[in-house]
Design a binder for this molecule. Structure first.
Ligand SMILES: Nc1ncnc2c1ncn2[C@@H]1O[C@H](COP(=O)(O)OP(=O)(O)OP(=O)(O)O)[C@@H](O)[C@H]1O
Length: 252
């Protein structure tokens, strides 16, 4: 099976500062991959190069085998790369279902229609309901965004990204700032993501990382320190030393 997202030697420098260094990463359909690393390791800079917000100094980004390194973020979205929307991209005074309907409509390239057209488009609204149900979010469908708790909004952002029918989903700190009382529902949602979508999560919360990911890439000072399955990363003394702040007992 070919990778759906491939980073080849991705490097980014700001002046003399090497922020990502020769990063290689492959995600296959259905991947559940986490990118972790201490503060300042270069995770956000790497993600910006994947989404197209930042141009790499060297290296390539391939989506479905196609070199997209020179393409705009919008073109990458059209080719199947979605990331969680920021909260301010939600329409606060519309319902959850209407927000999803708008995202579905945008995917079809029909943006520009008026809102009343969306609510009257029963096929679109049915599709929104099916998506929400698949994520166990149907109970929120008719709530206005303003009425939602913070963790619920974060879940709707993920649903919005999925409305674009991505092949690759980037989740940037999905539980950051979410109170622990709301955390378990968000964890459940992550377990209900479509099986075939390759997902890369950037997260500091190790509970989520260890529960969600099958593989983990550890980035330190912009370079990949280790990429392996969860168990191997959890017990890797180099990771414990640099990331978890523990001493590397066998260090020379
Ligand atoms: N536009 C820029 N110009 C100069 N330096 C930058 C720029 N963007 C990021 N950096 C530097 O690159 C390094 C990596 O930053 P980045 O935000 O990618 O790390 P991170 O792993 O996402 O950190 P965190 O976990 O704290 O969000 C930092 O030292 C940062 O100061």
């Amino acid at each position: 099976m070919n990778p759906v997202l491939e980073l080849q030697g991705l490097s980014k420098q700001f002046g003399q500062l090497k922020v990502t260094q020769n990063v290689n990463l492959s995600l296959h359909p259905g991947a559940r991959h986490a990118l972790i690393g201490p503060n300042g390791a270069g995770k956000s800079t790497l993600v910006h190069q994947i989404t197209g917000l930042l141009k790499p100094s060297a290296g390539k980004v391939l989506l479905g085998g196609q070199d997209v390194t020179g393409l705009s973020p919008e073109k990458r979205v059209k080719l199947g790369l979605a990331r969680t929307f920021q909260i301010n991209s939600l329409f606060n005074n519309l319902t959850v279902a209407e927000n999803i309907g708008l995202a579905l409509q945008a995917r079809e390239g029909m943006d520009g229609y008026l809102m009343r057209d969306i609510t009257h488009d029963s096929a679109l609204m049915d599709e929104a309901a099916v998506l929400l149900e698949s994520l166990s979010l149907l109970d929120l469908a008719h709530r206005n965004i303003v009425e939602l708790a913070y963790g619920q909004r974060r879940m709707i952002e993920i649903a919005l990204a999925l409305a674009l029918k991505p092949r690759v989903l980037l989740l940037d700190e999905p539980v950051a700032g979410v109170p622990s009382t709301e955390g378990s529902r968000l964890f459940d949602l992550l377990e209900r993501l479509p099986a075939e979508v390759a997902t890369l999560v950037i997260e500091h919360d190790m509970d989520l990382v260890f529960r969600f990911a099958k593989r983990i890439t550890v980035l330190v000072e912009g370079a990949v320190l280790v990429e392996d399955d969860v168990q191997a990363v959890r017990t890797d003394p180099r990771v414990r030393a640099v990331y978890l702040g523990e001493r590397h007992e066998h260090a020379a």
